[in-house]
Design a protein around this ligand. Structure first.
Ligand code: F6P
Ligand code: MN
Length: 331
């Protein structure tokens, strides 16, 4: 088998016409290196005294774990000096992080969820890092929130790392989705799936059923029909999974299909997941793999953001199932 490392993949993508400039290539490589460092720290767990709460809250009022803060610092430090970024946004920081004056500024904006699924850290279940890359609007020297207010379809790259039994990097630069596996001996991300395709049909759904009492009728109808199984209107039995790490759910869907839903409901009236650094990058990846992603009413990548940390309902995965749920909303 041809052994292709991430650097070679990026060069080959550029040569075959993808919009991977040397600046964007370097950005992606540095993010991957930061993910490798996070993977090492996550892997050490209690041995490095990194488990447990930090005793602080983030801007969304969520208790921060030590590893949320460590992962955020790793990503910030890794990405400050390279000269390819104009600013960064993180789930863990209220305002955009500006590039210090001692470094040159570049043309890209980087957004990330440093450690997704962090409620799973202390119970040794897979967690990950999600990232999204936008272009900085022309003429903007010190980007404030407004520079980031671009719909997800403007992303030039998106990806996520998952720290599970293997450490994986899933990446799109707008020409399909590739998966790299971290070779922990050489430290290199090696291409292991060149083009991911999500099956259009599925018998597997993922939703936090404990929220059922707050769901909107179209969501309730869809799940009721799945649960009715072979003798219900769908005429087939369904299986359910809920890992509570979006990175792991999306990776499962990329691997074998499925539908993932964290819809808005009577409690999370805007939705639970964040648009800019969770829903947008995941929707870009899912669409690039042949799947679909909506909030029930609108394609997620077409939503014009109004706030950095805004939330959104998310329904993504196998195309025919997502279209079915969206159809239930339209009635
Ligand atoms: O980042 C939010 C997140 O941790 C996702 O990874 C996951 O899908 C979701 O929250 C789990 O939410 P809940 O704990 O409500 O099931
Ligand atoms: Mn998250």
């Amino acid at each position: 088998m041809r052994r292709v490392a991430l650097s070679q993949y990026l060069v080959e993508q550029a040569r075959s016409g993808a919009a991977v400039t040397p600046e964007l290539g370097l950005l992606i490589e540095v993010v991957a290196r930061a993910c490798r460092a996070i993977s090492v720290t996550v892997g050490k767990g209690a041995l490095a005294d990194v488990l447990g709460g930090a005793g602080t809250e983030n801007i969304q009022g969520e208790a921060q774990k030590k590893l949320d803060i460590i992962s955020n610092e790793i990503l910030i430090e890794a990405n400050e000096w390279g000269g390819y970024l104009a600013a960064m946004v993180s789930e863990e920081m209220e305002k955009p992080h500006q590039i210090p004056n001692r470094y040159p500024r570049g043309k890209h904006l980087l957004l990330f969820d440093p450690l997704d699924g962090s409620s799973n850290i202390d119970v040794n279940i897979a967690v990950g890092t999600i990232f999204s890359v936008l272009r900085c609007p022309d003429g903007v020297g010190e980007p404030d929130e407004r520079a980031f207010m671009q719909p997800g379809r403007c992303q030039v790259a998106a990806g996520f790392a998952i720290y599970g039994p293997s450490t994986l990097l899933v990446l799109t630069v707008g020409r399909g989705v590739a998966v790299f596996t971290l070779d922990k001996e050489t430290g290199s991300f090696v291409l292991t799936t060149e083009r991911v395709t999500i099956p259009e049909d599925t018998r597997e759904f993922a939703i936090n059923v404990s929220n059922m009492k707050w769901w909107e009728p179209p969501v309730k109808r869809y799940i009721d029909e799945c649960l009715a199984g072979a003798s219900g209107p769908r005429g087939k039995d369904f299986n359910m999974r809920w890992i509570a790490s979006m990175v792991a759910e999306v990776y499962r869907i990329l691997t074998r299909g499925g539908i993932f839903m964290y819809p808005r409901d009577a409690r999370y009236t805007e939705g639970r997941l964040r648009l800019m650094y969770e829903a947008n990058p995941m929707s870009f990846i899912v669409e690039q793999a042949g799947g679909a992603a909506t909030n029930g009413r609108t394609r997620i990548l077409d939503i014009s953001p109004t706030a950095l940390h805004q939330r959104v309902g998310v329904i993504l995965g196998s195309k025919n199932e997502v279209d079915r749920v969206t159809g239930y909303f339209a009635r």
